[in-house]
Design a protein around this ligand. Structure first.
Ligand code: IVH
Length: 691
């Protein structure tokens, strides 16, 4: 691309026209269809180039220039809301040098050489909302839209439980503004579900949040898990606060979620530290952030500073370097999962994306490959958001080799060769080999011994695979007969037929003994774990727990399933007809019944008794675990806390009652201290649960 200083006026005009069109197309794709047309990094690059060309040729600034647009025009179908106070945007900077320049410009404007306090706030990567309260009652909500007019999302926003509908001691008119977002975990779960159902795959949590919020039917919004953070205000009849920090106190008292990482900074060094800190914890936060916002803390100073055309002079967004990168697809592989689902995975030319080396990306399913026309040999933009599995955002078609061919999704299982079929209403193609397919058999054993199932630590994935291929483990029931079948002893020359674990490379007497102990300690298992371990399609831990609570015993459940009696099952809140069908089908398979019967001869499945102790000190409390515990595993501690009536959460917020801190605790413990949440060490926790 040509250096801006070398552009002729004519070339500049042409390029500005091109940029206006490209970015309008991208805005439309993003705001109207909630799907990106340009990657974030590419969009930012075009935006910066547009600004730079305009700075050199101010008289060429177009009516439709992207620099004059705040956001998007309103999607049809929603009624419009005109913001009484426009919802503005923020200027972007990308380096600490530019942040320093910004601070200098603020000081120059105010004609002061003294340090000014700034609030540093994570820039939440969601979409902004404005919620209006009249006499303390929520009356209306809108999206930002083009900054002047947004969409009426009153009913949609109401479905988000974190939004208070009534607030006490509020000014008569109060507009609270903030960000609606989807947590990484909820984004994952939604895409996984959509992939199975052949529905839209969202490129990132922000698009998923936008797609979920801007649903004409608020019932759909309600099914999606959306969250909010509040951070600013629009119209207010009486401004009770004098600083951004005080405003956050009001927000908290009114019951709005505010970000626990908002911090007051007194000088550039504080600001730099807060930026570094947020960069460091970025990938471990449960939601995406794309930068840090710095706001002059004092409202009096904010008012003196005022606004430029579309952005305040008192705030700026310091964006993180994009976690996107360009790389090549070396191969497309098909993985076969426990339920036979064929999942395409791209093997990439390894590349550093935001500090992490990425060599694989998920391609979700057959349709996704077709939709994006992804081929072996393509150069692609990949994206990594926190700990989310990297994804292919787009193919750079111009870089496609001339001999490239469309990727043909296999119709047979790449592992066992059985037909792989795709049911009419499903997006997923599945191997029909069942447990005769080695991939499915191995995956089902791995699932059986996994953490939330039998939790047999000695049986790692590699060992299960080896044992399977050596004929030691063909199915889960074999696990409990290994010891019986093992010929044992150190006699390396015994010619007896059978398993000789001690003779295996890398195995000694001690490790074999450890394995047997690990297996034997799991001969009694709780009902929910057992149901989950079976690996029935669609039955995760939460569903298994629901079944256990409602049936009480395994026999009762199995009896109903074998006899195809689903009435009780479907009456359970959270279990639908499709799930019930999968469960019944599982129990119609003779092979499954045979293995269950073999298992029941070896192990004891406990009946389920709802033991939650509602009088315990943990009853009704929200607890968060961090770091490594010594006396018990994290899962065990969680289960114990739950049995005492506690809710176990993944991240610390002001609603957390206790943080239980093990060794090497990270940011959660720091956050807890910042929020004044009670932190217990392992000994204190043990004492609490023994009461
Ligand atoms: S303040 C006039 N604070 O970033 C200032 N915005 O580029 C209005 N955002 O539209 C915004 N986190 O969608 C503000 N802590 C935060 C934010 C934040 C995310 C988003 C918001 C806004 C965009 C500005």
């Amino acid at each position: 691309m040509k250096d801006i200083n070398d552009l002729t006026e004519e070339e500049a005009a042409q390029e500005l026209e091109y940029l206006a069109k490209e970015m309008a197309k991208s805005d439309d794709a993003y705001y109207q269809n909630d799907a990106p047309y340009l990657s974030d990094a590419e969009y930012d690059r075009l935006k910066q180039r547009n600004l730079a060309i305009e700075a050199r040729f101010p008289k060429l600034i177009r009516q439709d220039s992207p620099s004059r647009r705040v956001g998007a025009t309103v999607k049809s179908g929603f009624s419009k809301v005109t913001h009484r106070f426009p919802m503005l945007s923020l200027g972007d900077v990308f380096s600490i040098k530019e942040v320093e320049d910004f601070i200098l410009s603020v000081k120059r404007f105010l004609n002061t050489s003294e340090d000014i306090d700034f609030m540093s706030e994570p820039k939440i990567d969601g979409l902004s909302f404005s919620a209006r309260y009249e006499n303390g009652r929520f009356v209306q909500a809108a999206t930002r839209g083009d900054g002047t007019t947004g969409e009426d999302i009153t009913e949609n926003l109401k479905t988000i439980k974190q939004l208070p509908l009534e607030i006490k001691n509020a000014p008569q008119i109060l507009e609270i503004r903030g960000e609606v977002y989807m947590s990484k975990a909820d984004f994952f779960a939604l895409n996984e579900k959509n992939a199975l159902e052949g529905k839209k795959i969202f490129a990132n949590p922000r698009n998923a949040a936008a797609g979920s919020l801007r649903q004409l039917d608020p019932k759909i919004t309600a099914q999606r898990k959306l969250s909010i953070f509040a951070y600013t205000w629009g119209e207010v009849s009486e401004r009770l606060w004098n600083s951004q920090q005080e405003f956050f106190n009001y927000l908290q008292n009114w019951g709005f979620p505010t970000n626990p990482n908002n911090t007051l900074c007194h000088n550039v060094s504080d600001i730099e530290k807060s930026f570094q800190h947020l960069m460091e914890i970025r990938s471990s936060l449960p939601y995406d952030i794309d930068g840090v916002v710095y706001k002059v803390n004092s409202i009096a100073l904010q008012e003196r500073l005022g606004f430029l055309t579309r952005t305040p002079r008192w705030a700026i967004a310091h964006k993180f370097p994009a976690e996107q990168a360009l790389t090549k697809i070396n191969n497309i592989r098909i993985q076969v999962g426990r339920t036979g689902a064929l999942t395409p995975v791209a093997d990439l030319e390894p590349i550093n994306v935001g500090g992490v080396i990425v060599s694989h990306a998920t391609l979700h399913n057959e349709d996704e490959i077709k939709r994006k026309d992804i081929r072996i040999g393509d150069t692609v933009i990949i994206q990594r958001a926190g700990d989310v599995i990297p994804q292919v955002v787009e193919v750079i078609k111009e870089k496609r080799p001339s001999d490239s061919v469309e990727f043909k999704f296999p119709t047979t299982c790449p592992i066992c060769g059985s037909h792989a079929i795709r049911e009419e209403d499903e997006a997923v193609r599945r191997c029909t080999g069942g447990l005769s397919c080695p991939a499915q058999a191995v995956e089902s054993i791995i699932h059986f011994v996994s953490k939330d199932a039998f939790d047999i630590a000695g049986l790692g994935e590699k060992i299960v695979e080896d044992f399977y291929h050596e004929g030691i483990l063909k199915n889960p029931a074999d696990i409990f007969t290994i010891q019986q079948r093992n010929i044992g002893g150190d006699d390396l020359f015994s010619s007896q037929q059978g398993i000789h674990l001690e003779r295996k490379e890398g195995w000694g007497k001690k490790s074999v003994e450890n394995l047997f102990n690990a297996i034997n300690s799991k001969r009694t298992i709780s009902l929910p774990r057992f149901i989950y371990a079976l690996g029935i399609r669609q039955v995760g831990s939460a569903t298994a727990l629901l079944i256990a609570k409602n049936y009480g015993s395994f026999n009762h459940f199995m009896h109903d399933m074998i006899n195809k009696e689903t009435a009780k099952l479907i009456s359970i809140d959270g279990i639908g007809a499709a799930m019930a069908t999968d469960m019944v089908e599982f129990f119609q398979e003779e092979h499954n019944i045979r293995i269950i019967n073999q298992l029941l001869q070896q192990i004891k499945v406990e009946d389920f008794v709802d033991t939650a102790d509602y009088n315990s000190p943990l009853s009704g409390k929200t607890v968060v675990f961090t770091g490594t515990l010594e006396k018990m595993t994290r899962s065990e501690a969680k289960a114990k806390a739950q049995s005492l009536g506690a809710k176990v959460a993944g991240s610390v917020s002001k609603n957390t009652d206790f943080v239980i801190q093990g060794a090497d605790a990270g940011s959660k413990a720091t956050k807890a201290t910042e929020l004044g949440v009670k932190v217990l060490n392992e000994a204190e926790f043990m004492e609490l649960i023994s009461q």
